[in-house]
Design a protein around this ligand. Structure first.
Ligand code: RIB
Ligand code: CA
Length: 316
């Protein structure tokens, strides 16, 4: 039985590998890709998702354009890590298939509510603006959604955009606070776990050696990140954040989770977007699960295996 899935994202070079892996997998009934402003503008993230869809030969999957700005904050990009166009140094082109009618938030609420409760999973790889808007529009959504797997937050690792906050949560802390308070069952891939999943030279080379256009595109963006992370951060192998959400959906046994309760700082400018991860909860009633460990070799084996049998090509 395929897992029905919506991917909400802001491609973004790591979003791209997550998307290409999901496009290649035969484990998902991929209902839609919904995009949001984040790493680059909402216009560019939507174009980039359509580009990746074309590279993967998956024009059967609709792409929707999402929120251009956070609920309250000014839009903030992360172009230094993703390139001005958002796909590293991949030259963007106008994809042949258009975006779908309606907004990302409308698509999330509509696609989930028209299917059996709990049957649709949602992977969130960017700021949570679209999901917050969908929850506001459809109060029954939180109870009807299946697992919501989010890349965001930080606890023991500290922040990557400020000392205490990770970018996706920092970019729209009000949205994240509303989503964490909504009652959704959430599996959260924070920096504590994504920093264990490093794109080493060996792992990049294994993807680079694959023959498919999806693998070549993913490897090119991993190479871009490798160069940028060495210059900006100084580490030799950058963390692979967003694909951890897809990896958990495909093979949850690759991760260790701890039940918790997560709240988000929205008042203080100093600690804006900080995720307060409280482990002192009753496991039986918890609906937040913080990823504490990852089998990095297993995650990369899964990505490499799927990219290796990806269909499609630039014209597909
Ligand atoms: O902090 C990492 C997150 O911020 C990832 O989703 C990356 O794409 C950026 O959006
Ligand atoms: Ca992202």
């Amino acid at each position: 039985m395929k897992q029905s899935l919506i991917i909400d994202c802001d491609p973004g070079v790591d979003d791209a590998t997550g998307l290409l892996t999901a496009f290649a997998s035969n484990a998902f009934d991929l209902l839609a890709v919904t995009t949001v402003g984040g790493n680059v503008s909402a216009e560019k993230t939507a174009r980039n998702a359509r580009i990746l869809r074309q590279i993967a030969g998956r024009k059967d999957v609709p792409v929707f354009v999402g929120a251009a700005r956070p609920l309250r904050r000014e839009p903030a990009g992360a172009g230094e890590f993703h390139g001005a166009e958002g796909l590293g140094d991949l030259e963007p082109f106008e994809p042949s298939a258009p975006a779908g009618e309606g907004t990302s938030a409308e698509a999330i609420a509509g696609l989930v509510m028209e299917r059996p409760a709990g049957s649709v999973a949602l992977a969130v790889m960017g700021p949570m603006t679209n999901l917050a808007l969908a929850l506001r529009a459809e109060p029954r959504l939180a109870a009807h959604l299946g697992p919501v797997v989010v890349m965001g937050g930080a606890r023991s690792e500290g922040g990557n955009i400020t000392a205490s906050a990770e970018f996706n949560i920092w970019a729209d802390p009000e949205a994240a606070a509303e989503v964490f308070a909504s009652g959704c069952r959430m599996i959260v891939m924070g920096l504590d776990v994504t920093h264990q999943v490093r794109a080493t030279e060996e792992r990049i080379a294994a993807i680079e050696a694959l023959p498919t256009t999806s693998a070549k595109a993913s490897a090119a963006m991993l190479r871009f990140s490798q160069r940028i992370e060495r210059v900006i951060v100084g580490w030799d192998a950058g963390p692979l954040h967003d694909p951890c959400t897809v990896a958990w959906l495909l093979k949850p046994e690759l991760f260790e989770l701890k039940p918790c309760r997560i709240a988000v700082e929205t008042e203080s400018e100093l600690t804006r977007g900080h995720t307060a991860v409280e482990f002192r909860v009753e496991a039986a009633t918890a609906n937040h699960f913080w990823a504490t460990r990852a089998d990095a070799d297993g995650v990369f084996a899964l990505i490499t295996e799927n990219l290796g049998h990806a269909s499609g090509g630039m014209g597909a």
